[in-house]
Design a protein around this ligand. Structure first.
Ligand code: CUV
Ligand code: SF4
Length: 634
């Protein structure tokens, strides 16, 4: 007997999603929600983090009656180890992306790659200045020096903190981190470093420490987790963002369109999905070329339409104004519209279900990265040294597919929204007239009570976009400015919260500030690696006021999170001094000790901490309380 399906209306608040989902049910296309249902109820040991598979004396599952694994590890050890393994994987994903950008940037700086160039010299100089590089040299010397310092952060073997962390983190926060290392040492007699030395090394050390019989104490394990998260936020992710801006341009304010309605019935539709703009920038450029547009006309299409999904979408919408077809949950649904000629992917957040699904349509599901293979995909190997050629080949494959489209299967939801996007820190400062002062003044005057950064993901366990949207609405009503990235940002764009008209949904104070600056009350700051932009913004405000980030009325949230990357992001915000809300509950419930450290103990040390809440309205109130408390001493 098949289980009873959840009511459609419980799955998403996005009408475009519900539209395609009813089609899916009619046509029997399988979705992420169907598979979730078949996986439910989930294993309790896994949910609580108390299942250990780190050696084959196990796997072990600890319980109250049976509190130790075969090696003797208790719940706290197992939960903490599992958590930082997930964190390390997340940090690895962001940082391996950052490495690819740094390696390419180094080649461009050395004139060894002509497919890409330095597009934003001003940004390059700004980065160089932070890194204390002599900016009176010629551009390529500056670039080579920046590249060297970036690559060094992936490979240096000394004990000094990362070059980029030293250059970018605000003064008071760096002092806090040093102080915390001293406190932990004096309290425990064990060195517990939290300042990252080398991005790869911290990830490796997480793996080393969590293998059988190494680090067996929750605090010690979690301290290494903090160090690894900081290596991501102020290292790998930051390097990705900064060097991508130099190569592809720093985002500025622009209007884009969002939701499945951006797909065009009379055009060749190409979806770029995944994470790295090194690929998607080239696909966008190739598709826009007169030559390819002409080829599309020859097969009877009016042109070529590129749209994005997930963080690749965020990258190309921030810099090129490319429309976004949807967030993580939309990936299968986009193919079900029947008008996607090619779904082009690289790495991260790409369902392996896409290959078999694409087979029900004319859609070419094209994988490109040597790090990622998918069942039933067509692999077109991307190569930075022949980027244009490969991108053109991909576009041609899409054009070829157009004539195979089955008109019977075409079903494009009508939903499209407008959004004002492109809020890099540089653009925000520019809009403020060149300094953070007007924003700080608005906060001091109470027109803006504080700022909440929302990030990350959709998770089919949570009603799609519902938490993102109601939390955002509640916050702006309370005069709290909302900034953010990732799939949250796409949710907000689709819901119309990034339109200028959304000012009317804000409280009086926030509305006044947004009207004066001509910005929406909800700011799109980019992709997940661009969470580093939020760190940089927080750092700029802290340095401007000569305080620590933990003194500022800032709160973070990942209300529909699912990836390991979100564990890393949440932790680097906490470690940078920001309280962070999470929903769903992370898999740590099996150890009171770990829960205690992450929700309380860490607060005294680093200022930030985690809290969990299921209800968006309550979450907004809790955030307001935190912000009002911080404002007292501010
Ligand atoms: Ni990297 S990590 S679902 S695309 S935000 Fe989207 Fe953002 Fe989470 Fe993945
Ligand atoms: Fe079991 Fe210990 Fe091996 Fe984990 S490391 S599987 S707890 S014996």
């Amino acid at each position: 007997m098949p289980k009873k399906k959840r009511e459609l209306g419980d799955l998403s608040v996005d009408p475009a999603v519900l539209d395609i989902l009813s089609l899916a049910r009619k046509e029997d296309y399988e979705t992420v929600w169907d598979r979730l249902e078949r996986q439910s109820p989930h294993c309790k040991f896994g949910t609580n983090g108390v299942c250990c598979r780190n050696c084959i004396m196990g796997p072990c599952r600890v319980t109250e009656k049976n509190p130790r694994g075969v090696c003797g590890a208790d719940a706290a050890t197992i939960v903490a180890r599992n958590l930082i393994r997930a964190l390390a994987a997340g940090a690895a994903a962001h940082s391996d992306h950052g490495r690819a950008v740094a390696v390419l940037f180094n080649e461009v700086a050395r004139d060894e790659n002509k497919e890409y160039q330095i597009s934003d010299e001003a940004k390059l100089k700004a980065i160089a200045e932070k890194l204390n590089i002599d900016t009176s040299q010629d551009i390529s010397s500056i670039a080579r020096e920046v590249a060297r310092m970036a690559l060094e952060d992936f490979g240096k073997q000394d004990e000094a903190p990362l070059n980029f962390l030293k250059a970018y983190a605000p003064q008071k926060r760096k002092e806090t981190w040093q102080k915390v290392e001293q406190i932990l040492f004096s309290k425990t007699d064990k060195k517990m470093g939290i300042l990252p030395r080398n991005i790869d090394r911290e990830i490796t050390e997480c793996m080393h420490r969590t293998t059988m019989g190494v680090d067996n104490q929750a605090l010690s394990i979690l301290a290494q987790g903090v160090r690894t998260a900081l290596a991501d936020g102020w290292g790998g992710s930051l390097i990705a963002t900064e060097l991508q801006d130099v190569l592809f341009g720093t985002p500025d304010k622009k209007v884009i369109k969002a939701n499945l309605g951006v797909l065009k019935e009379d055009q060749v539709n190409i979806i770029v999905h995944g994470h790295e703009p090194i690929l998607s920038e080239q696909v966008v450029a190739a598709a826009m070329s007169p030559e390819m547009q002409e080829k599309a006309k020859q097969v009877g299409a009016k042109g070529i339409n590129v749209a994005g999904i997930c963080c690749t979408a965020n990258e190309v919408l921030m810099r090129r104004g490319v429309p976004v077809a949807g967030n993580m949950i939309h990936q299968e649904l986009a193919i079900m519209t029947g008008v996607v000629e090619a779904m082009v992917v690289d790495v991260q957040c790409i369902f392996p279900s896409l290959g078999p699904l694409a087979k029900c349509f004319h859609t070419r599901f094209i994988s490109t990265s040597d790090r990622a293979a998918f069942p039933e995909a067509i692999h077109v190997q991307f190569d930075e040294h022949h980027a244009r050629e490969v991108a053109q080949r991909i576009v041609e494959m899409a054009i070829d597919a157009y004539s195979e489209r089955d008109p019977q299967k075409v079903h494009i939801p009508k939903e499209v929204e407008e959004a004002v996007v492109g809020f890099s820190v540089e653009e925000i400062i520019k809009i403020l007239g060149g300094s953070p002062k007007p924003l700080v003044d608005a906060i001091l005057a109470g027109k803006i009570k504080g700022v909440v950064g929302i990030v990350g993901c959709n998770n089919p366990k949570v009603k799609h976009d519902a938490f993102h949207i109601s939390l955002t609405r509640e916050l702006i009503k309370k005069d709290i400015l909302v900034i953010g990235t990732g799939c949250w940002a796409i949710a907000a764009a689709k819901a119309g919260l990034m339109k200028i008209e959304a000012q009317s949904l804000a409280g009086e104070g926030l509305k006044e500030v947004c009207q004066a600056l001509d910005i929406p009350p909800v700011l799109h700051m980019g992709s997940c690696v661009d969470c580093s932009r939020m760190l940089v913004l927080a750092g700029a405000l802290a340095d401007y006021l000569k305080v620590d980030i933990s003194d500022l009325p800032l709160v973070g949230s990942a209300p529909e999170w699912m990836t390991e990357k979100a564990v890393s992001i949440g932790t680097y915000f906490v470690a940078s001094g920001v309280p962070v809300h999470l929903w769903p509950m992370p898999p740590i419930g099996g150890s009171e000790e770990v829960v205690g450290i992450l929700t309380e103990g860490i607060k005294e040390l680093l200022g930030g901490y985690f809290f969990v809440e299921e209800d968006p309205v309550k979450t907004a109130s809790l955030m307001e309380e935190i912000i009002m408390e911080k404002r007292k001493s501010f």
